[in-house]
Design a protein around this ligand. Structure first.
Ligand SMILES: [Zn+2]
Ligand SMILES: [Zn+2]
Length: 288
């Protein structure tokens, strides 16, 4: 079974970015110019508690999506929820005192999609992540969280407890001092429009990356197979602590596979492709 459609293009985007409309260092116009200059296909400006781009629109070749970041402070963690693609007035609907689930619900009620931002940076716990419903994805990598950018651990533990968050990577751009353009999400949509991007994400047609490309993911004959841009390492992560042949090491690998162990209780698998510069691409976890 192939997860992506053969030969169909992917669109590259950043779904998490701040400007001077909240605590970012660049104006919305400057941020848009920077991502357009990088050749991105889509960008959501997600200022804290406010919508900076009210409607989706094309700015040259760059699709701009409405966005917002909601924040909640709990006893020993924070929860930040990025919303994008809303068509209704989400700021009027959000009641921060009602907590993050109500925030996800408000984003969805406004026609948008929700992403759990930087769970590792936020010190999110597994019960918190298990208890949130309706998010389209979680950030496995957040470029701005320099000291805690990689949320693999808490998301894998959450997956081992039964909740598989699809994975995106985002810059969470604030400083524009090197975090911009560092990580992104690739979406295999039918067209470059807000509806098409959201529809593709609803169907899981995306992956997270800092550079490497994932061209195809398949499960066939009891193996997970990935085709990718040249990589030196491909890791297969699952809920089992140890199974054989999970790291595939080589030079310029463009395909790797892993024999699944459903009989031993393997319940999910995801792959990580690492190139010779140490940059990663991450697939979402796939339920077995
Ligand atoms: Zn945040
Ligand atoms: Zn942010």
């Amino acid at each position: 079974m192939d997860f992506f459609k053969e030969g169909k293009p992917f669109y590259k985007g950043n779904l998490h970015c701040h400007t001077t409309r909240s605590d970012g260092e660049k104006t919305p116009e400057e941020a848009i110019g920077i991502y357009r200059g990088f050749g991105y296909d889509f960008l959501a400006i997600t200022d804290h508690r406010r919508v900076t781009v009210p409607e989706s629109r094309m700015d040259g070749k760059l699709l701009l999506l409405p966005g917002i970041e909601l924040d909640y402070t709990l006893a020993a963690e924070v929860v930040h929820i990025v919303g994008f693609g809303m068509t209704g007035d989400v700021t009027a609907r959000v009641k921060y005192e009602l907590g993050p689930q109500a925030g996800v619900n408000a984003i969805r009620a406004c026609g948008g999609r929700a992403i759990v931002a930087h769970p590792h940076w936020s010190l999110n716990t597994v019960p918190t992540l298990l208890g949130l419903h309706g998010a389209t994805a979680a950030e496995i990598y957040n470029s701005m969280s320099f000291l805690r950018p990689d949320s693999s651990n808490v998301l894998d533990v959450t997956a081992a407890h039964g909740k598989l968050y699809p994975l995106v990577a985002s810059d969470d751009t604030h400083l524009y001092q090197g975090e911009e353009g560092m990580s992104f999400t690739m979406v295999q949509a039918e067209a470059l429009s807000a509806d098409a991007i959201m529809s593709a994400m609803d169907r899981g047609l995306f992956y997270a990356s800092q550079g490497p490309r994932i061209e195809q993911l398949s499960i066939e004959d009891g193996r997970m197979v990935v085709r990718c841009s040249p990589a030196n390492r491909v890791y297969f992560h699952t809920n089992l602590v140890w199974t054989p042949d999970r790291p595939v090491i080589g030079r310029g690998l463009t395909q790797a596979s892993y024999r699944l162990h459903r009989e031993a209780g393997e319940r999910f698998v995801r792959c990580q492709v690492i190139d010779d510069a140490g940059k990663s691409a991450w697939s979402s976890p796939i339920a077995l």
